[in-house]
Design a protein around this ligand. Structure first.
Ligand code: E4P
Length: 226
């Protein structure tokens, strides 16, 4: 499963990418606006911090297919082949996904809330679809179940489109989306860092250190002893 960060914050991206196996970043207009900075410079910084071969998903704003296609082409020119034009699943968005996909420009269908939206986007040639788990849960839907249905449909119809489950607010949602077989998750930095945390891990490490110290001394590493 691929791990992406759902953020446009360069500091967070740098800190997490330094440690974790991150496959890329997803942004949306809300996340970009939060940074209150020059858009072009921000994209370039994100690209630099991520390094070679990592995905950058950037959402388009156009309302008609022509504008969306222009935005997708601009992203592709500016960021290169790892740029994904993140396109909302409106009728004009679906038209744009077909055009961009025929031009070999990568796309992610976003704001997906139903399996049929995902299926249509996949048939249009989207590389990814992004179902919003927590926004569905918020209206007493079942976000993970929708992810699971989309994954199942893509398998049944042998579609190459991948699912990047999005909009998480807790670890349980991420865990269940992984169990449902999502190809990727995109997670906000503060939530992502919680994925590795466990009090039993901390207490286990502490006990190992204490036992080792009683015989070999404090801060002695294997490399100091052999
Ligand atoms: C999708 O990629 C969106 O950027 C995002 O996950 C939406 O999440 P939110 O519901 O936390 O805003």
């Amino acid at each position: 499963m691929l791990y992406l960060l759902d953020t446009a914050n360069v500091k967070d991206i740098r800190r997490i990418c330094d440690v974790y196996p991150i496959d890329g970043v997803t942004t949306n207009p809300t996340l970009i606006s939060k940074e209150k900075t020059d858009f072009k410079e921000l994209l370039m910084k994100i690209k630099d911090v991520l390094g070679l071969g990592k995905m950058i998903h950037v959402q388009t704003l156009g309302e008609n297919s022509e504008d969306i296609v222009n935005e997708g082409e601009a992203l592709n020119r500016f960021l290169g082949e790892n740029a994904y034009a993140k396109i909302p699943v409106t009728p004009q968005g679906i038209k744009a996904i077909q055009i961009l996909s025929q031009k070999g420009i990568k796309t992610t269908a976003t704001a997906v809330f139903t399996p049929q939206q995902a299926l249509i986007a996949a048939r249009a040639g989207a590389d990814f679809v992004a179902p919003y788990v927590n926004r569905l849960d918020n209206i007493v839907g079942d976000g993970v179940e929708i992810v699971s249905e989309i994954v199942r449909e893509f398998k049944i119809y042998n579609l190459k489109t991948k699912v990047v489950a999005a909009s998480f607010k807790n670890l349980e949602q991420i865990h269940k989306a992984s169990q449902a077989g999502t190809h990727a998750v995109t997670v906000a930095p503060e939530l992502f860092e919680k994925l590795l945390q466990h009090p039993l891990t901390d207490s286990s490490i502490k006990k190992f250190e204490e036992d080792w110290e009683t015989i070999y001394g404090k801060d002695k590493l294997i490399s100091d002893l052999i």
